[in-house]
Design a protein around this ligand. Sequence first.
Ligand code: GLC
Length: 733
Amino acid sequence: MAVAAAPASATGAERDVEASINDLLGRMTIEEKVGQLNQLSGYGYNPAMTGQVKAGAVGSILNETDPAVVNALQRDAVENSRLGIPLIFARDVIHGFKTIFPIPLGQAATWDPSIVEEGARIAADEASSVGIRWTFSPMVDIARDARWGRIAEGFGEDPVLAGTLGAAMVRGYQTDDLSRPNTMAACMKHFAGYGASESGKDYNTTWIPEELLRDVYLPPFKLGADAGAATFMCSFNDINGVPSSGNRKLVRDILRGEWGYDGVMVSDWGSINQMIPHGYSADLRHSAQQAANAGVDIDMESYAYISHLKELVESGEVSEQDLDTMVANVLRLKYRLGLFDNPYVDEATARRFYAPASLAAAQKAVEQSAILLKNTGTLPINSKVKKIAVVGPMADAQHDQAGTWSFDLEKERCVTPLTSLREKYGAANVLYAQGLRHSRDKATDGFAEAVKAARKADVALFFAGEEAVLSGEAHCRTDITLPGAQAALLKALKATGTPVVLVIQAGRPLALSNVEADADAIVFCFHGGTMAGPGLTRLLAGEENFSGRCPVSFPRVSGQTPIYYNHKNTGRPAEGITLIDDIEIEAGQTSTGCTSYFMDAGDGPLYPFGYGMSYTTFSYTPPTLSAPEIAADGTLTVKCTVTNTGTVAGREVAQLYIRDHVASLIRPVRELRRFEKVELQPGESRELTFTLTGADLAYHIDGARTAVEPGEFSVWVAPDAQSGEAARFEIKK
Ligand code: GLC
């Protein structure tokens, strides 16, 4: 059965592809159609896999990274199957293939789409050189709860930042021509609402009102679709009782219907099958029917489609038209990738890894992602410093500095901070004492050596944090402080009187209120990857200035999570805070005030969204507006001048926030709408101009319906989500 002809706007080439697709569909058996929707994980060239490939029972393979095996399997598909339809080879290339970049949360801390795009371009060039043409990235799940291990894989808590950077990653992977052999199809994941997993426990249920889903969780996916992302992946979680893998409203109505998306939707690993334990499917046959009817094209590793889709179509429980549409989506992707014309990877030029320019780009990403959270003057390391103590479980951790989802890492290629510091300052001037064997180590037998080194040094650099395994999929923590005995070791170092710089490498924002006072400076680097060492060394030495800004709110204590900047004000916003240790004995019931805060933590983050220090300082003029009021469909121009008021060059991330003060549904105290990273020389000023439209001021008031309501708004151009002067304007009635 033919699928819809190409739209009138289609190019000649697109028409040809659609004609080819319909021609193929007309010649395919139902078994071959179902085979295109079956994705299996492959490891090696084995008879079980080749038999299925030759029979046309597999459409795509994930996790095969040997170019010779890729070509052998591809030859079976192209030359030894009945119709010769090529396979797609896929992999989780999340933040680099061999040259590992900072984890996506670290890339988000750069607030620089060009850095993210460059990293994705390099990842695609490396991975495609072994035959990988589809990556399951970018992950754009909004995460407001740092207990959730997968916060590491996304771009943080804000939809504008996450969507902008996700779209940049799509461009990097795909370029403007996906048929180029060194591109990869991007995959917007996990659609949708996965980051709202209750209590930050992975795979947990979510309850997301549609207006919140559409205001916060869906926008990054829409920006990815608009950027041309070739595929989507549905998420493991249920939304309000309906798993995404069988969610017609989410996939067929919103993604395909409202957004007009014609790319491929792949399930997550086993997520169709998992609708049985979810309690949504009675059995595998039922889950296959639900997923197919919801619009999920490819079944990754559930064996649901290959087992039951044929009979479901023959019984009419899944329409043949729907089956053909699903298959057409997959064939269209293969045509777009150029696989019908160029199915094989060039083994002569395979394994293009670690180009000097790639390593330099990875180092630049580290340098622009690390965040200076505190500095009492200890940094940068100055010329008076002769001896440097390097301590801690993350000082020389080649595997762990790469972070989660570094499947193809070659750890021996990772340059650690210890190595770089020794190179820069001379091994004799770097006194190394690990102190703790790994980040979870509770033993204190290494403390004495570390304290001894600190005593001999002019500055102590304590490389703390989380091992890679402590974040990522299924790796959630209820206590997000520094694990093990790291806080105790920091106290021991502080007691020596030597200035201590706490350098943290982790996969999530940690709760640092229990260590903040013990460090003279704090540098936070979301696992930096291959070049974490050189990048951090240049920053610590002042050869590069810090420009990383928080892509997530840093809680004071774990119990504050979820915590995020675009929160509601409540009817009793925090004021007159009385902390638990300051409460009088037999204090009266209302003596500590009745406003919204925690007795044992106060209110608000330790470090807010957008925050980060520099070796210089910046000033902002109050924003000026093109008009005091605009119509709901008007535009507003916002200007602000940022000045480098310090003595060294630096990069600043100017952030534009709005607030709708009175609305039919309460709006957040701030919402990011624009940002711009600017590099300024000492004394240099730059006038920034931003244009806002009604769409920037709209919100979902009733399901899909949006509103721009008359009334008073504020707008800030500020260095973080808690600073800056507001300008006010009105939306006219
Ligand atoms: C995993 C992840 C998903 C990944 C897929 C394939 O379980 O949820 O992000 O792309 O399986 O590895």
